[in-house]
Write a protein that binds this ligand. Sequence first.
Ligand code: ZN
Length: 113
Amino acid sequence: MLTIHYTGLKNDVKEFIENIKLVLDNLPKIDQDRINDECMIFLIGKTYGFSVGVKNKHLILLNVNEMLKNKLSIKEQRFIIAHEFAHFILKHTYSNDENEQEANDLVLKWNIC
Ligand SMILES: [Zn+2]
């Protein structure tokens, strides 16, 4: 099944996700199967960073344009980068309050920012 990941936008993107499914449903079956088995979609919105684990890989998305647009300091940028690395080190595969706190705590422990 095609996985669709998104950050903090659930209600805003409901309709868009329905459109993704509609497009997929209208593709030839052979292509649908490949997409379902091998693709992941990430809707990252305005988040600065996003981190997700899949099988033996961990993907980190960093929205540098949003960071620069909002004039984040170098320290803030480094914190976000480290925060996403922390999710990987902690083997987090999804985001919830507990995982976010744990990642922040590890970044503070690393003391690199
Ligand atoms: Zn996080």
